[in-house]
Design a binder for this molecule. Structure first.
Ligand code: CO8
Length: 259
């Protein structure tokens, strides 16, 4: 597997790959190079059948302090219009396999937006989430206004985006931004545990379940229910579905092949 400068990739076996953001000297700020590397590895893992689930982390002390402010400061409006970053964000947004994020320390600006691209967030008790772009005279640019409000509701999202105030792990748990809180040193371990559990399921069912869950962001309830039903019917034609039902009836573990 290719090696990168701004991210580390570990094949953990069991169908799980761990991606670690690796710019500790800049609090893992998401410069364009880092986003390009992240998009590159996700494009590789998207079509690699040995990958069934991703763990995404920044390590024990910080997840990511947002876009790289020095890089952004050097860009004028024309350069922002022609920016490559939205292309890389799109790869993250459309990645079809589950992402479990282990978030410790700051997840700010683009870092909070990246965290919200994960399907499940495990937060270390030291985690802090924020959209402080307003302090820089800008606004969130990678979905922060849209995903945050859909996740935590208007009151808290508006407070965070308009004041730049951070929320801690307990608040993030209480509003549903994160699924669980652990001690900081255990968040990656817990994320891996969940990722291994997901990786043992039918990859077809998992990817379609993710697509259905995300569809709810985009559509009305009745359209979402139709999408879910069509997907449910389609999965009835898969070998994994036959295997899953047969294994249950035969009291054995299923052997899902992704077919
Ligand atoms: N960009 C670049 N460098 C950074 C960033 C950043 N976002 N954050 C921290 N650093 C650097 C600092 O400059 C410092 O470098 P040096 O040692 O060379 O001076 C080093 O990291 C350590 O930083 P601090 O000394 O400040 O560390 P602290 O632990 O005291 O504070 C904080 C950590 C709270 C994270 C603080 O650094 C901070 O507030 N950082 C900026 C947070 C911020 O404003 N983030 C939002 C950025 S804008 C954004 O994310 C928009 C996304 C748009 C995406 C659009 C795509 C199309």
């Amino acid at each position: 597997m290719k090696t990168y400068e701004d991210i580390l990739i570990d094949d953990l076996g069991h169908g799980v790959y761990c991606i670690t953001l690796n710019r500790p000297e800049a609090r893992n700020a998401l410069r364009t190079k880092l986003l390009a590397e992240l998009a590159d590895i996700l494009n590789t893992l998207k079509i690699d059948d040995s990958c069934r689930c991703i763990v995404l982390t920044g390590g024990e002390t910080v997840f990511a302090a947002g876009a790289d402010v020095s890089e952004m400061a050097s860009m004028n409006m024309m350069e922002i219009m022609q920016d490559e970053r939205p292309k890389y964000w799109k790869t993250i947004t459309t990645f079809p396999k589950p992402i479990v994020a282990a978030i410790n320390g700051y997840a700010l600006g683009g870092g909070c937006e990246l965290a919200m691209h994960a399907d499940i967030i495990i937060a270390g008790s030291n985690a802090q989430f924020g959209q402080p772009e307003i302090n820089l005279g800008i606004i969130p640019g990678a979905g922060g206004t849209q995903r945050l409000i859909k996740t935590v509701g208007k009151a808290l999202a508006s407070k965070m985006v308009l004041t730049g105030e951070f929320i801690d792990a307990n608040t993030a748990l209480s509003v549903g931004l994160v699924a669980e809180i652990t001690q900081p040193e255990l968040s990656v371990e817990r994320a891996i545990e969940l990722a291994i559990k997901i990786a043992q399921k039918s990859p077809l069912a998992v990817q379609h379940a993710k697509a259905c869950l995300l569809k709810s962001y985009e559509t009305t309830l009745s359209d979402g229910l139709s999408f879910e039903h069509e997907t449910f019917v389609m999965l009835a034609g898969t070998e994994d579905r036959n295997e899953g039902l047969a294994a249950f009836l035969e009291k054995r573990n299923p052997d899902f092949k992704g077919q």
